[in-house]
Design a protein around this ligand. Structure first.
Ligand code: GDP
Ligand code: IMO
Ligand code: MG
Length: 422
């Protein structure tokens, strides 16, 4: 059975949750390997909407197991709340969700520092989700982080936390913010830790044993290629490796056990937060927002929207080694007369066929467009490739060719059934 890494090929929110839900049918375990509750993955089952932040989307399929891997940063209080919401929606979590004991914790001072840094940056702000993700990964790299395993040891956790709250309060106060109460943080985290205790495991062993028994894994990417701390539009990125390599380091499953990489992308482009977006276009944003679409699943912010950027997706295919593309939200373009696709960038006299590494250069780039005639027919009812309008098929085929990977899946609506296998 194949082990599959699924990644976002753009700036996040590509519809990964929906495609994960579809692909979960074929696998045994779904694994999150990086990011935290900055992610928001939407899955519709009938009329019920589920938004997953830390819990892998596979939890919605009753017989599947789910893992939060070592590369994820876990806010235990947020995770308990998410589990409570899921259980309120009659999703059984106990015995099916496992949390890595070496995953790092997001603490309230991380959230405070995240918010304060954004204010201090002023116009240079990143537009983070304010979930404390950057400061938590900062502590991990600086070796001052606390991990799930620490939370499981009462005395060790209390000692480490007291010290960390004291240090971070000094920074917060120097920035004119209020310090945090150790007692309050400690009480909330101990309570969450006790709730999570039965779910904590050595997930590296769990996953490698599962592979040895012939089980198959699906690695649920979060965020997208251009939010990767190494390969994205730095500094307008998140603080982790959102590209395919992150699935290995974030789970302890070695590269030679990975069989294929699926890249998810929208039939257009969106981004939430600051940073360059060469194909941004207010017309397409107004169209999608008027349909009630493209509002953030985590923060509710309206997403910035633009035409499909094939320079970006080509870059994503290379850096992730994408074997197969899943194109979502095709139905979002149903009403357009003409659809544009960015095939290169131009800055002054320089033409770029790849994404320049400097975000300032990228911000100065103008897109070079190719135009496609729209199909002006509703596609949400299509269930087979040949049921799509010819012009939609031509458009999708062009997206795959320009990106440099074959088209595997087309999504024409949020529901499971609105999925076409090519
Ligand atoms: P993720 O973070 O990549 O999982 O994506 P989000 O859930 O943040 O945003 C994607 C949005 O698009 C969600 O509201 C999905 O329900 C929705 N969606 C996914 N695929 C389709 C599609 O093919 N058509 C439509 N209309 N909506 C879709
Ligand atoms: P999913 O998994 C879209 C963006 C934020 C901000 C930048 C840094 O749902 O695709 P952070 O809080 O991570 O420090 O914010 O990254 N961002 C996302 N954008 N989808 C996401 O996740 C995102 N997670 C973070 O908006 O620009
Ligand atoms: Mg999302």
């Amino acid at each position: 059975m194949a082990n599959t890494i699924l990644v976002g090929a753009q700036w996040g929110d590509e519809g990964k949750g929906k495609i994960i839900d579809v692909l979960t049918e074929e696998v045994d375990i779904v694994v999150r390997t990086q990011g935290g509750n900055n992610a928001g993955h939407t899955v519709f089952l009938g009329d019920t909407k589920y938004v997953l932040h830390l819990v892998p989307s596979g939890i919605l399929r009753p017989r599947k197991r789910c893992v939060i891997g070592n590369g994820v940063v876990v806010d235990p209080v947020g995770l308990v709340e998410e589990i409570d919401v899921l259980e309120g929606q009659r999703v059984r979590v106990k015995g099916r969700l496992f949390i890595s004991e070496t995953a790092h914790l997001v603490l309230p001072y991380h959230r405070e520092l995240d918010a304060r840094r954004e204010i201090r940056k002023g116009r240079q702000k990143i537009g983070t989700t304010k979930r404390g993700i950057g400061p938590a990964y900062g502590d991990k790299a600086a070796r001052t982080g606390l991990r799930v395993i620490d939370l499981m040891h009462a005395e060790r956790f209390a000692g480490q936390l007291r010290e960390r709250v004291r240090e971070n309060n000094a920074v917060l106060r120097a920035w004119g913010a209020k310090g945090l109460s150790f007692e309050r943080v400690h009480a909330a985290y101990r309570a969450a830790g006790d709730r999570l205790r039965p779910l904590v495991a050595n997930t590296m062993i769990l996953l490698n044993d599962a592979i040895a028994r012939g089980q198959s894994l699906l690695f649920e990417g979060a965020q997208g290629t251009f939010l990767d701390v190494d390969h994205g539009t730095y500094p307008y990125v998140t603080s982790s490796n959102t590209t395919a390599g992150g699935a290995c380091t974030g789970s302890g499953v070695p590269p030679h056990r990975m069989d294929r990489v699926v890249g998810v992308m929208k039939a257009y482009t969106t981004r939430v937060g600051e940073g360059p977006l060469p194909t941004e276009n207010p017309e397409i944003a107004d169209l999608l927002h008027a349909m009630g679409r493209e509002f953030g699943a985590t923060t509710g912010r309206p997403r910035r929207c633009g035409w499909f950027d094939a320079v970006a997706t080509r870059h994503a295919c290379r850096v992730n080694g994408i074997d197969e593309l899943a194109v979502t939200n095709v139905d979002g373009l149903d009403t357009l007369e003409t659809i544009r696709v960015c095939i290169a960038y131009r800055a002054g006299r320089t033409r770029y066929d790849h994404v320049p590494s400097d975000a300032e250069v990228l911000a100065a780039c103008e897109p070079v467009y190719a135009e496609f005639p729209g199909w002006r027919t509703p596609t949400q009812g299509a269930r087979r490739w040949r049921e799509l309008p010819v012009r939609a098929r031509e458009y999708l085929q062009a997206l795959a060719e320009l990106s440099g990977a074959p088209l595997g899946i087309v999504s024409v609506g949020p529901a499971r059934a609105q999925t076409i296998f090519r």
